[in-house]
Write a protein that binds this ligand. Structure first.
Ligand code: 13P
Length: 233
């Protein structure tokens, strides 16, 4: 079983969400389909896919205007939540420490955190991918045991149409796997994200230690999302 997770980011209307779930109705797959929707589209009554969110407040409740708490997400039917997506790290100054705390809050609310990590173009160009990814991983995962998912998303591959080579993806996933094995967490699923489309999804998802895909742009429309689901075996 692989994970196929769509991240709608700041996109989508209720009508578009309804259309997507309607088209997912006819999909036959053994894989786990999740859609991480914006807060306005979180809907307990969806079927044919699992419900995910894109962020979680660090605070349990109270005077934090605009924040959505773990309890509220759980109440809305959310099963998993992205934490530390590179766009949150970049535009909202989320540090590894904040990401780790958000992951803990998710676990406290029985929501699976999908912890996102990935090197910058600068780190890649200077041969620091492995050290950067490993540091981010070990500083962003919660100390206490619980089920979480890791998403490796090279920052330079997000929304650019560029992807690492299959060999590069394999090497990073192996590094992440070994680091997780080192802390007795080798069963943690490791996803790849960054410019996944229907042409590269099959090859990337077949690599060793790639347990699924995290998909941005191509998850927004059934014409591009469904073919990905169909090619991932
Ligand atoms: P794209 O698939 O649009 O490159 O986005 C990847 C991503 O950021 C998923 O979280």
């Amino acid at each position: 079983m692989k994970f196929i997770i769509g991240n709608w980011k700041s996109n989508g209307t209720i009508e578009e969400k309804d259309a997507m779930f309607k088209s997912l109705k006819n999909v036959r797959t053994n894989n786990k389909i999740v859609l991480c929707l914006p807060f306005t589209l979180l809907d307990k009554n969806i079927s044919h896919a699992h419900l995910g969110a894109q962020d979680i407040s660090i605070h349990p409740n109270g005077a934090f205007t605009g924040d959505i708490s773990g309890k509220m997400l759980k109440d809305a039917g959310v099963e998993c939540v992205l934490v530390g997506h590179s766009e949150r790290r970049l535009y909202h100054n989320e540090t590894n420490d904040i990401v780790k705390n958000k992951a803990k809050v998710a676990l406290d609310n029985q929501i699976v955190p999908i912890i996102c990590i990935g090197e910058t173009l600068e780190e890649k160009k200077t041969g620091r991918t492995m050290t950067a990814v490993k540091k981010m991983l070990l500083e962003s995962i919660p100390d206490k045991y619980g089920d979480y998912i890791i998403a490796y998303e090279p920052r330079w591959a997000i929304g650019t149409g560029l992807t690492p080579t299959l060999e590069e993806i394999s090497a990073v996933h192996e590094t992440i796997f070994k680091a997780l094995r080192g802390i007795e967490h080798e069963d943690t699923p490791i996803l790849y994200g960054g410019s996944v489309n229907m042409d590269n999804a099959s090859q990337i998802s077949s690599l060793p230690h790639v347990d699924g895909l995290l998909i941005g742009g191509a998850s927004l429309k059934s014409e591009t999302f469904l073919p990905i689901i169909n090619v991932v075996k």
